[in-house]
Design a protein around this ligand. Structure first.
Ligand SMILES: [Zn+2]
Length: 491
């Protein structure tokens, strides 16, 4: 058993008094894991009292050795993982205020959705079966200018957080408009997120031009940097076909000045490849390298069409590539050379993209499709194995976005972003290999509990930070208004 927990008996009464005050002040939706707290038994009366113990038939750590612990448990205190080991060892050493029981449960790190446009949940299904540029220019961009306002972003992001928590996602990297509103929703729902200020050289819901969106982005980043440890404000330059080379370089300079990463759509579709070649005489990633755009932490979404030389650049520059298989398939963007990138040492994570091009935020489906798509592309069933793809959704994704020191694996000292997956459903019978089942069988509905920073966000399907009835009602009302307006416009 690993253990970094230091006895705190000296100031424990003070902490408990503080906790009691905080808990008394919390609304019911904010109360952390305090129910079902067992009274300390005679057997462990000497044990330290901590916040939470999360148990499981298996603890899938995703650590450097890919350790899986049978009948294990994770001890959580003050938002951190303080010990991992067998359930017997953990229960002997600690008494917890909250316990998540482990029968038929797998404990693992929360999933990392490396590319999303969360509020687009409200545009789910509004225009399907179209090519990327047709879809963007004739449907999504006009619909966004007409309908997207702070209220839309608030409701859509809440809806997305509800869906992501439901499916065991604990961190997401978002790119949308009104980032201040997105960050406020993330603050309340308890997830961890990178929130991008979108920079785009066209009239958008929250800006008139590249310069305007960049200026507003600076205000957002100044406002949110260092404000909440779960929320990282970043720049989201949209793409190399919606910003020119000077605007891309200016965004990178602003990001470096603020000390934050950028997230960008990168080499997504054949259109983008052609556009870049015609406009600059070079392909997207070559262009970005030539203007110094990759001189700093970069999250590149999609990367479907990199050349061999560009793959080398991505590895050298430690660009975090986010593979979005469902979106790439649905919009027929192509098949990303994920296997080649991994072999070249590129950091590759997984994402859902927005719900208008997916059409859900289910990371389990992304894992499965990522694996299957590479197998059929290479005509080789051995590529992108279950364990490789599970890593892309957890520790590999954390590395791709630059926070592997905090999350992505269950290790002592890491933030406690932990989920339990229930193996109660018939589709887990029988269970020979837990990793195979997590990747090739599990889905959103199997997630039993979600904890971020040691705080329970969902327990046995009950949402503790989101008023789901209100969000459902508001989303349904807003969608009805959008549908009516679209019908009138197209009449
Ligand atoms: Zn996207």
């Amino acid at each position: 058993m690993t253990n970094r927990h230091e006895p705190k008996n000296g100031f424990r009464p003070v902490v408990l008094t503080f906790l009691l005050v905080v808990l008394t002040a919390c609304s019911p939706a904010e109360v952390p894991a305090t129910t079902d707290a067992p009274a300390p038994s005679a057997a462990n009366e000497d044990a330290d009292t901590i916040d939470l113990i999360i148990s499981g038939d298996y603890v899938v750590t995703m650590d450097a050795n890919s350790s899986v612990i049978r009948d294990g448990a994770v001890a959580v205190d003050d938002g951190l993982i303080i010990a991992i080991g067998s359930a017997d060892e953990i229960n002997a050493q600690y008494t917890a205020n909250g316990n998540l029981e482990g029968d038929n449960r797998i404990v693992m790190p929360g999933l990392i959705n490396g590319h999303s446009h969360a509020a687009m949940t409200l545009l789910r299904g509004v225009a399907d079966d179209l090519a990327l540029m047709d879809w963007l220019n004739n449907y999504i961009f006009p619909a966004e200018v007409e309908f997207v306002d702070p209220e839309f972003v608030r409701i859509g992001t809440e809806l997305a957080c509800w869906e992501m928590i439901r499916g065991g996602t604990t961190t997401f990297v978002d790119m949308y408009y009104y980032p201040d509103v997105i960050a406020q929703v993330v603050e309340q729902c308890g997830m961890r997120a990178f929130v991008s200020a979108t920079v785009i050289d066209q009239r958008s819901p929250d800006a008139e031009s590249a310069a305007d969106s960049l200026a507003k982005g600076k205000v957002f980043i100044d406002n949110w940097k260092g404000r909440n440890s779960r929320i990282t404000p970043i720049y989201g330059p949209h793409a190399d076909y919606t910003l020119n080379a000077e605007q891309l370089a200016a965004t990178r300079a602003a990001a470096n000045e603020a000390g934050v990463p950028v997230s960008i759509h990168m080499s997504e579709s054949p259109f983008e490849l052609q556009y870049s070649k015609q406009t600059y005489g070079m392909t997207t990633i070559d262009l970005m390298e030539s203007i110094g755009f990759l001189d700093g932490p970069t999250i590149g979404a999609h990367v479907v069409w990199p050349t061999a030389e560009e793959i080398r650049i991505l590895a050298d520059r430690k660009v975090g590539v986010i593979h979005n298989p469902t979106s790439n398939m649905k919009i027929a963007s192509g098949i990303s050379p994920v296997t080649d990138m991994l072999n070249a040492g590129v950091r590759v994570g997984l994402g859902t993209d927005g719900a208008a091009s997916n059409n859900d935020l289910d990371m389990w489906e992304e894992m499965r499709l990522a694996s299957f798509l590479q197998k059929v592309d290479k005509m080789d069933p051995e590529v992108l194995s279950a364990s490789t793809v599970l890593k892309m959704a957890t520790s590999g994704g954390a590395e791709a976005i630059g926070i592997r020191d905090k999350v992505g694996a269950l290790e002592v000292g890491m933030r406690a972003d932990v989920i339990q997956v229930s193996f109660d459903d018939v589709h887990f019978v029988p269970t020979y290999d837990v990793i195979s089942h997590l990747v090739y069988v599990a889905d959103e509905q199997d997630v039993a509990s979600v904890t971020v920073d040691g705080r329970l966000l969902m327990r046995d399907g009950e949402f503790l930070t989101i008023d789901t009835d209100r969000v459902r009602r508001e989303a349904t009302e807003l969608a009805a208004r959008i549908q009516t307006a679209l019908a009138e416009r197209n009449r």
